[in-house]
Design a binder for this molecule. Sequence first.
Ligand SMILES: [Zn+2]
Length: 168
Amino acid sequence: MKSRKLTSSPVVTGQCLCGAVQFEMEYPAFWAWHDHSRASRLAHGAVYATYVGTWRKRFRITAGEREINRFQEKETGAVRSFCRRCGTPLIYERTRSRHMINIPRALFQSRTGRQPIYHIAIEEMQDWAHAGEPLVPLKGYPGVFCRRSKKKRRIEARLSASIRSRCS
Ligand SMILES: [Zn+2]
């Protein structure tokens, strides 16, 4: 068996919004995924959370350990850690995989070695999530984009439905 020093692996770093908590993870991550579950949606205050998963031993808090608070979910026993100064979600530990931890992808300053190609709880995906629909600039508001009008989308939906019925 090969022996390997922990410090020999390249690391990627990340932090919370206020910067009090800093961490590093050995590169590359094990996997990355989008989580559409209600619990992650609420914990992040966002339509879904994107996580990078790695082995616990490949992750280290390098500053601000004392600023980390933990919250345990009653139903699942999962533990979510967050910065008590700025509220940034930091670590998500699921009971079914105790040797792995999950860190919000957004907290890393560089690439993590894994693209989030997996989706969890996709059946809970919200209908207000942006799913790559075409966007157009909003007149009079530079930098603001919006979905095309409902009327145009309805026409497109009707067209594609009639195409589907013709093809089936
Ligand atoms: Zn913070």
